[in-house]
Design a protein around this ligand. Sequence first.
Ligand code: ADP
Ligand code: ADP
Length: 223
Amino acid sequence: VAILETRQLKKVYGSAAASQTKALDGVDLSVESGEFVAIVGTSGSGKSTLLNLIGGLDSPTEGTVVLNGCELSQLNDDQLTLFRRSNIGFIFQNYNLIPNLNVYENIILPVELDNKKVDQAYLHSILVMLDLDDKQTKYPNQLSGGQQQRIAIARALITKPAVILADEPTGNLDSKTSKAVMELLRMSNTRFNQTLIMITHNSDIAGMADRIVHIEDGRNKVS
Ligand code: ADP
Ligand code: ADP
C-alpha cells in the first residue's frame, strides 16, 4: 500500500519574475508503507523543498501530495497542523530541541501540544531503545550531539507517527555516532512499521535504505 504519493510536484520560490527559483520541476514519488527511502542529490537539487512539501510545511506551486490517504491541499492551516502532529515525525540536522526544557519535557512536548496522555510504556520502550533512560532530567546543553539527536528521534517517535521525515539527521555527527543513530532509526522503522523518508549526502547511510531516490535539478533523475 502506498503511504505517500506525489504527483508532478512543482515549487517555484519568489513572486517577482526576476527573483524566481524553480526548486522542484515535477517530482513523482511513491513510497510504500513501512519502506525506508533515502533521497539523494547534490546541494540545491530540491531535496529539502521536496521533504517540506511532503510534510506539509510548505505548499506546492503545482501538483499534489497524498500522505496516509489525505490530500494535503484539501486541508486548511489548522487541519494541516493537526494532521502533521498525528501523522508525521520530523527530524532535522540541528535537532531543534528546546534548551530550557529537560530531556523528558522535550520528548513529550508533541503529546502535550496535542493535549493527549503520554503512553508511559511506549515512552519507556523508546527511552530504552535509544539508551536515554538515565538522561531524562538533563538539559540539551549537557548532552553530546549524538545524545541530542537521539532525543530528537524520541520526540519524533512519541506520537507514533506513520511517517518519519528526516533531513540530514546525521549531518552533524561523527561517523560512529551516525551509524548508531541510523541503526536506531532502522530499528524503529522495522519494529513499528514506520515509513522512513530521509535526505542524506552520505552514501553509507543511503546504502541502508530499501530504496534510493535520486533528485537532480528538481526532477527525478532518470538513470
Ligand atoms: P537541497 O535540499 O537539495 O539542497 P533545496 O530544496 O534546499 O535543495 O533548494 C532547492 C533550490 O531552491 C535552491 O536553488 C535553493 O536556493 C532554493 N530555495 C530553497 N528554499 C528557498 C526559499 N525559501 N526561498 C527561495 N529559494 C529557496
Ligand atoms: P540544505 O542544503 O542542507 O538543505 P540549505 O542551506 O539549502 O540547506 O537551506 C537551509 C534553509 O534555507 C532551508 O530551509 C531552505 O528552505 C532555506 N533556503 C535555501 N536557499 C534559500 C534561498 N535562496 N532563499 C531563502 N531561503 C533559502
